[in-house]
Design a protein around this ligand. Structure first.
Ligand SMILES: *Cc1c(COP(=O)(O)O)cnc(C)c1O
Length: 375
């Protein structure tokens, strides 16, 4: 391994914890139910290639992405397990879908036509998963059309394999009656297809909310996103199964310590004027790294301190009241544990009107990702 330069802000990612999360969630599944790990959005900010490689090694059945570029990146990194694109591809992308052996979501014949044409040309069989709209009203064909659609795909497109059929819940955590109605509609579709001997082998519906709350919706496979990363919250209360925990810590470093007099400004503008003689630490990590202006605290020497100003590359914090002496290059924890204190992704979302996955997505490329297994 080449020695990597240490950066002043890094995201530590615990792959041992990823493995535990994968195993605990697998333990919630009925026998034979397959595990699709959703790694879209750069694996929810965790870094799609290392996460996908680890999951492949743990025995994960398949990966879910949204953009074809995400799928190609994984194939080029050597990922061999099935990769399912969970949103519609465009006709111009059909050739690449075939070339890289990607599984496409399908809800219209024009895409089927394009995929089939390219598959034929390359003498390949290409898998598709048919999406059924049961109430999210985003993608998918109407339930009543499912049978004819699948028949038509099987009849007219020799190089396509209808491997899957799926739907997606609109609000599983907070709206049980509606989710139950979605399950009922999907069950109706599956029963109809079974009677005709037309049911695709892999039916799936449950993402995180479904996995946690609707055992009956596991079908043949689950699509697990945020829960796999240990970051699912329900109205501020953790609902994670025991043993499922977050993977990440976001750790900056103190890069300068300044002393200012009462009345002097700290950082840009006049937002922060010292009201007393203060010690100020400048910490690497700003909105150019994904540290939003709404984040209120970080941890230094195991103590929670207030962020008093923000910039693209750093934040300023008041360390006047930190008991132990703060030194330049000390670690400053934006997210994670230090001593007895802890700041979670959910804490930084509080009052921001944001979601954990949104904040995680904002961690930019220049933040060094540090993947490790516990010793
Ligand atoms: C993002 C996504 C998932 C994963 O959702 P989580 O709630 O993060 O588990 C599953 N299915 C589809 C279609 C998605 O777009």
């Amino acid at each position: 391994m080449s020695k990597v330069i240490q950066e002043a802000i890094r995201l530590d990612i615990n792959l041992s914890q990823l493995k535990r999360n994968f195993n605990v969630i697998s333990g919630l599944l009925k026998p034979g139910v397959k595990f699709m790990a959703v790694v879209k959005g750069n694996a929810y900010g965790h870094g799609s290639i290392p996460i996908a490689k680890a999951l492949e090694e743990f025995g994960c059945h398949s990966l879910g992405v949204v953009r074809i570029t995400e799928a190609i990146e994984l194939r080029e990194a050597g990922i061999k397990i099935p990769i399912v694109m969970l949103a519609p591809i465009m006709p111009s992308q059909a050739l690449e879908a075939v070339k890289y052996d990607l599984t496409s979501m399908l809800d219209n014949e024009a895409i089927a036509e394009e995929l089939n044409k390219n598959a034929k040309k390359h003498n390949k069989m290409i898998k598709v998963h048919i999406k059924i709209n049961t109430g999210l009203n985003r993608f998918g064909i109407e339930p009543i059309k499912a049978s004819d659609f699948i028949k038509s795909i099987r009849k007219n497109y020799d190089n396509l394999v209808v491997e899957g059929i799926y739907t997606h819940f609109r609000d599983p955590e907070f709206n049980k009656p509606f989710t139950d109605s979605q399950i009922e509609i999907f069950n109706g579709v599956l029963e109809g297809l079974e009677k005709e001997g037309n049911r695709p082998p892999l039916a799936h519906a449950a993402a995180t909310g479904g996995i946690l709350m609707y055992e009956e919706a596991q079908y043949d496979m689950i699509r697990c996103g945020i829960l796999l990363y240990g970051e699912e919250y329900l109205k501020g209360r953790r609902v994670l199964p025991e043993g499922v925990l977050p993977l990440t810590s976001l750790v900056g470093r103190v890069i300068k310590i300044n002393e200012v007099q009462a009345g002097q400004a700290i950082g840009y503008g006049d937002k922060s004027i010292a009201t007393r003689k203060s010690r100020i630490a400048v910490v690497a990590g700003g909105y150019g790294d994904g540290v939003s202006r709404g984040w209120k605290h970080l941890l230094i020497n195991g103590q929670k301190v207030s962020i008093i100003n923000y910039a693209m590359d750093c934040v300023e914090v008041d360390i006047t009241d930190v008991i132990e002496e703060v030194r330049v290059y000390d670690e400053a924890v934006f997210i994670g544990h230090q001593g007895d204190e802890c700041i979670t992704w959910e804490d930084v979302c509080y009052g921001l009107n944001s979601e954990v996955d949104e904040q995680l997505q904002r961690i930019t490329n220049r933040v060094q990702r540090n993947y490790y297994f516990e010793k």
